[in-house]
Ligand binder design. Structure first.
Ligand code: B4P
Length: 195
């Protein structure tokens, strides 16, 4: 199994690059943001709880997203590997993910961390807000809160995996294809080493 975390602040290109990476490497895409938005569309109790937090740019409680990831891992016993997109976002989520993977006798092989300046993040998200149905992309103060949540709670997750030498930082500005090429090179290198 080959498991990868695509890491970075909101708007850094995680969702965009994930689509291309799963097509190339045949991994199962697990995006907590996508799962939460699907719960909202389906009007579930979980979706209702998540929506009010997401609309304020806040993180959803750890127990909720950890439960979603546990269920997704259990539903895909034959996956050749997973691409985690937008998860883990706190150290508690990272500890839970390590434990879940270890139960399945596997672990994270690589964390690819996209680096993008704050002004570029705000520009990209406001731009997506013009055309998508994502209400959290329409208001600059909500985007600011998401970036603040990232800095306060999520950035430290990279340190968690740095201890195990698993993090590679990738410049996330430039064309989508250029960034995809850099990510692919790092994955191929690690696949060769880890067999
Ligand atoms: P997510 O769905 O994870 O979304 P995101 O971080 O805002 O965006 P992403 O990084 O995927 O977007 P991308 O850059 O691809 O989270 C949404 C919310 O869900 C969170 O705020 C939180 O409330 C909740 N949530 C999710 N997971 C959670 C968890 N684990 N714990 C707690 N809460 C959780 O795209 C942005 C834009 O940039 C696009 O328009 C794209 O076209 C553009 N773009 C991408 N690459 C580009 C490039 N190279 N150049 C120019 N533009 C580019």
């Amino acid at each position: 199994m080959f498991n990868l975390i695509l890491f970075g602040p909101p708007g850094s290109g995680k969702g965009t690059q994930s689509e291309k990476l799963i097509a190339r490497f045949g991994l199962k895409h697990l995006s907590t943001g996508d799962i939460l938005r699907s719960e909202i569309r389906n009007g579930t109790a979980l979706g209702l709880e998540a929506k009010s937090l997401m609309d304020q740019g806040k993180l959803v409680p750890d127990a909720v997203v950890i439960g979603m990831i546990r269920a997704a891992l259990d539903h895909n016993p034959n996956a050749k590997g997973f691409l985690f997109d937008g998860f883990p976002r706190t150290n508690a989520q990272a500890d839970a993910l390590d434990a879940l993977l270890s139960e399945k006798k596997t672990s994270i092989n690589i964390v690819l961390a996209l680096q993008v300046s704050k002004s570029e993040l705000v520009k990209r998200l406001l731009n997506r807000g013009l055309t998508s149905d994502r209400t959290d992309d329409r208001d600059e103060s909500i985007i600011g809160s998401r970036i603040e949540e990232y800095e306060r709670k999520t950035a430290a997750v990279a340190d968690h995996y740095r201890k195990f030498n698993k993090v590679v930082f990738i410049p996330g500005e430039g064309s989508v294809d250029e960034i995809f090429a850099k990510l692919s090179t790092e994955i191929e290198k690690r696949m060769t080493v880890d067999g």
